[in-house]
Ligand binder design. Structure first.
Ligand SMILES: *[C@@H]1O[C@H](CO)[C@@H](O)[C@H](O)[C@H]1NC(C)=O
Ligand SMILES: *[C@@H]1O[C@H](CO)[C@@H](O)[C@H](O)[C@H]1NC(C)=O
Length: 171
């Protein structure tokens, strides 16, 4: 498996990163595409469990709810438009350097996701793309199960405050 992996060494020091991010212009935008297929029930449940283990202070994942809801329409989710399998998860956080005032910065910081990554992601057998960059995972280690996502082509955990150790399963 080949995984496009990037962890910013700047992010090893959160404070320093904040200062640098104020100085650098660097965009973090999410790229959401349209989709038609309905999502699989098992994958919907896996995403609900994934959400459950996340801290989402700003309620960015408000659309991730409902027994009958089509998870292919949830914020950040891209499904294969034929099979309906979840193919991509785009949950990039805000770019803090856009803040002008302290209040704006606090609002942006609130939008960063935290918590833990649930191994329920393993249910997403067709997942190719996972972008959790620019969030704040409080220096937890990157869980080894990520290496078992067989179809994963792109994993972006840059500037997301994950621990420095990259599990051997991933490399
Ligand atoms: C990873 O995320 C950062 C921040 O969102 C972005 O600038 C960078 O281009 C991404 N890297 C890849 C390989 O997609
Ligand atoms: C389905 O997805 C493929 C690849 O992402 C795209 O090229 C195609 O236009 C899409 N088809 C429809 C009907 O949206």
């Amino acid at each position: 498996m080949s995984v496009g992996f990037s962890i910013s060494y700047l992010s090893s020091n959160c404070h320093m990163w904040l200062l640098l991010s104020l100085a650098l212009f660097h965009l973090c935008v999410s790229d959401q595409k349209s989709h038609d297929a309905l999502c699989m029930e098992g994958e919907r449940q896996a995403l609900i469990r994934f959400k459950h283990d996340l801290i989402d202070e700003a309620d960015r994942l408000a659309s991730w709810a409902g027994e009958k809801s089509d998870c292919c329409k949830w914020v950040g989710i891209v499904c294969n438009n034929i099979t309906g399998h979840v193919r991509e998860i785009h949950l990039t956080g805000p770019y803090i350097g856009d803040a002008v005032t302290y209040k704006e910065m606090k609002e942006l910081l609130k939008q960063r996701l935290g918590g833990h990554l649930s191994s329920s992601l393993l249910e997403l057998k067709q997942l190719e793309y996972l972008d959790l960059s620019c969030n704040d995972f409080n220096w937890i280690q990157i869980p080894g199960f990520i290496g078992s996502l067989g179809k994963l082509r792109c994993l972006n955990l840059s500037e997301s405050n994950f621990g420095e150790m990259i599990p051997p399963q991933i490399v």
